[in-house]
Design a protein around this ligand. Structure first.
Ligand code: GLN
Ligand code: ZN
Length: 742
């Protein structure tokens, strides 16, 4: 196997939740005090053993890719970058304090990992953070694999990415950036590499996806120096993923790294970059040809051709997943309920390992991927899309809409509303589970949900809210609910993917042309409207968010798939309007998530993502109001996109950022209605009416009195009625107070 022309199989990372979500169960039992530290250790050892069982088919086995919670937090702990407020008696206790917070300290912030739905913890690093090597976890997991006789390759998030993803610790000088500390953190990494070398490690993988984003020349210079230092300690494989390395590639190779792992699914241009660099034939190039982010079987013929292209450039070739397999479910085997035509086209993590071994086997059968079955095509949908006129995604000018909407639904200034969901109580969840398991018949389930809608409407009337919602009790999830009703989607029985910590999601699979067969939400909204004279908002999930939180077919551009989803939603919007709904909210909390990591492809993304939203929402009369909701406020990068949605009202996160967003919107010349969330629903704290009034005054000062709405930050499904009712009472009072001042 040391034959220089042999292709070595590996994976960049692997699911670490266990095939039956054992990690989730063990963690939650431990946090609840039902499982002691030893019990937890036994449970996670079993998870790691299962990972190694799976990974042992590979020529080079990644180790250290297990995590109790998050791999970025693991890297922070590996260099001892632990905030003083999180230090506890044991490393594990400190680790969980950082991850989840406790009575004494708030946790680290959490945010999305590149353009995925995985959330990492944001390390806090300041000028005084004292880095030190803490190689214990990396060494122990390396030895665990070595004891099995495996060719083990330790994996760690690299120093540049760790710092680029970190935030400045509170109290840092204004101009301090964690990345300034690269030379020092690199010394801690050197210590870890030395410890791994003493334990017998050869090649070590450092994950540097942040080098697949746009970087300044100064940053690249610092990265070059860092890697020149690190290669003195170990043979280093730098893995990217989530896009092409581009200009980072020559920097890393010149620094003397042993090799690089390229994402040839999303970063195919790296093949050309590599060819232009005339690399030494000793360079280890790992071709990431098996999609680590999606669940389709690999076109092995095409992948093999890419591997051949790499072989033309170097004698040392590996074949791997394009990114960590963390983003896909563990195993397809339990999915016996999927249509056979679909199941045979899928590969989850275990199946992808098999593909990798086939690609590394000189005699492996490199089957091309079969074409998309005709049965998955919907001629009517395609004809309809092709026939759309250029105006199909355009509405009347905002000013005209505004006037006719005000006439149709007269509202006071600063109208009050909520974002859609009301608390999902334990009883509601129980009813849904019973219904799913066939223990509750449809009629009983619907009666239960209607009773909930009635209760939610009555609470809102009592509170004096202006625009009501039905509360979304029937929705298991804001994407899955629609996926279950649209053609072209399938849902899995156990296709869990880690979202953060112990939290897992089960994304639907969008495999074929999408169409709506019947109204999806109209009966709920109409029922709610029948109970009140106040306007009830229709509530839908937008096309971009539906794509972002699903596994999506990769045989056509995302833009085309988005348009199909948009058409289905357009019909739903039309039916809501026909049923008398005057206000329809289409949520797009994932609009920013799918934004490409690099600037260059962003314009095209903004174009198709906003077009699909407009396609979904432009079929209505001018006097029907379209609202949208985004869950975050740091939207500098999508501010043009928000304007391009052309919604009549946009609700956004604002309270955590102290309404700064409102001024940004004012400056950006964003002209329609805005609902800056004045209550942070992510916290159990109930804000005082006076505090919300103050926030509303800031919004009115920045945007004028005519287009500000009063609403919470996000949906209320995770909150309890004990918090929701007093907070909404305060919200209504705050709006009345500020109205009276105008
Ligand atoms: N309408 C949804 C709700 O209120 C919006 C959720 C979201 O923004 N993620 O739950
Ligand atoms: Zn939200």
């Amino acid at each position: 196997m040391t034959n220089s022309s042999a292709v070595r199989s590996t994976a960049l990372g692997y699911p670490r939740i266990g095939s039956g979500r054992e990690l989730k169960r063990a963690l939650e039992a431990h946090w609840a005090g039902r499982l002691d530290a030893e019990g937890l250790e036994r449970a996670v050892a079993a998870v790691r053993a299962e990972m190694l069982d799976d990974l042992s088919v590979l020529d080079s086995v990644p180790t250290g890719v297990f995590s109790y919670y998050d791999h970025v937090l693991d890297a922070a702990f590996a260099v001892d970058a632990v905030a003083p407020r999180h230090r506890r008696g044991t490393t594990l206790a400190s680790y969980f304090a950082a991850a989840r917070g406790d009575d004494a300290a708030a946790p680290l912030e959490m945010t999305k990992w590149f353009d995925t739905n995985y959330h990492y913890l944001v390390p806090e690093i300041g000028p005084a953070t004292a880095f030190a090597p803490r190689p214990e976890k990396a060494v122990a997991e390396f030895l665990e694999a070595r004891e099995r006789g495996l060719d083990a390759r330790p994996v760690l998030v690299g120093p540049a990415t760790l710092l680029l993803l970190a935030k400045a610790a509170d109290g840092s000088p204004e101009d301090f950036r964690p990345f300034d500390r690269l030379p020092e953190v690199v010394e801690a990494y050197a210590g870890i590499l030395a410890a791994l070398a003493r334990a017998g490690a050869g090649l070590v993988q450092l994950d540097e996806p942040a080098l697949c984003a746009d970087r300044t020349p100064a940053e690249l210079e610092a990265v070059a120096a860092a890697y020149r230092r690190l290669v003195a300690e170990a043979e280093i494989l730098v893995a990217g993923g989530y896009g092409p390395f581009g200009e980072s590639l020559p920097v890393l190779l010149d620094a003397g790294v042993e090799g690089v792992a390229l994402d040839l699914v999303r970063g195919r241009s790296d093949l050309e970059t590599l060819a232009s660099l005339n690399v030494s034939r000793e360079t280890f190039i790992v071709a990431g040809v098996v999609d680590g982010r999606n669940i389709w079987r690999t076109d092995l013929a095409k992948a093999a051709a890419d591997v051949e292209a790499v072989k033309a450039l170097t004698d040392r070739v590996g074949v791997a997943s394009s990114a960590s397999l963390l983003h896909v479910p563990v195993d397809l085997a339990p999915e016996t309920g999927l249509p056979p035509l679909l199941a045979e086209r899928l590969a989850f993590a275990r199946q992808k390992l098999t593909e990798l071994t086939v690609l590394a086997d000189p005699g492996g059968a490199r089957d091309a991927r079969p074409d998309t079955p005709d049965a998955w095509r919907d001629g009517a949908v395609r004809d309809r899309l092709a026939a759309l006129g250029p105006g199909a995604d355009r509405r009347a000018p905002y000013a005209d809409r505004r006037a006719s909407q005000a006439e149709r639904v007269p509202l006071p200034p600063l109208p009050t509303t909520t974002i859609g969901s009301f608390p999902q109580t334990a009883e509601l969840r129980k009813a849904r589970a019973a219904h799913r398991q066939g223990l509750m018949i449809d009629a009983d389930y619907h009666a239960r949900m209607r009773a909930e809608v009635a209760a939610v409407i009555s609470e809102q009337e009592k509170l004096g809210i202006d625009v009501l919602v039905h509360g979304e009790p029937e929705r298991n999830d804001m994407v899955q609910y629609f996926a279950e009703q649209l053609t072209g989607f399938a849902t899995t029985a156990a296709g869990w993917v880690q979202s953060y910590g112990s939290r897992c999601v089960r994304p639907p699979i969008l495999f074929g042309d999408v169409a709506r067969t019947a109204p999806m939400t109209v009966p709920w909204t109409s029922y709610a409207q029948s109970l009140t004279a106040k306007p009830v908002k229709g509530m839908l999930t937008g096309p971009v968010t539906i794509l972002a939180w699903s596994f999506v077919r990769d045989d056509q551009p995302l833009a085309d798939t988005a348009d199909q989803v948009a058409l289905a939603l357009r019909d739903e919007v039309a039916d809501l309007e026909a049923a008398g709904t005057a206000i329809i909210q289409v949520d797009e909390p994932a609009l920013r998530e799918l934004l490409p990591v690099r600037e260059a492809p962003r314009a095209a993304y903004r174009e198709w993502s906003t077009r699909s939203f407009r396609l979904a929402t432009s079929g209505v009369r001018p006097d029907t109001a379209i609202h949208t909701h985004l869950c975050y406020s740091e939207f500098g990068v999508v501010i043009d996109a928000i304007a391009a949605l052309d919604a009549d009202v946009t609700s956004i996160e604002a309270s955590r950022s102290k309404m700064e967003v409102v001024a940004d919107l004012g400056r950006a010349g964003y002209g329609s209605g805005v609902g800056p969330g004045v209550w942070d629903i992510h916290s159990p704290r109930v804000p005082a009416a006076a505090e919300m009034a103050e926030a509303l005054r800031l919004a009115v000062a920045a945007l004028g009195p005519d287009r500000v709405w009063a609403n919470p930050d996000c949906g209320l499904k995770t909150r309890r009625y004990e918090e929701v009712l007093p907070a909404l009472e305060g919200l209504v009072e705050a709006a009345r107070t500020v109205r009276a001042e105008a």
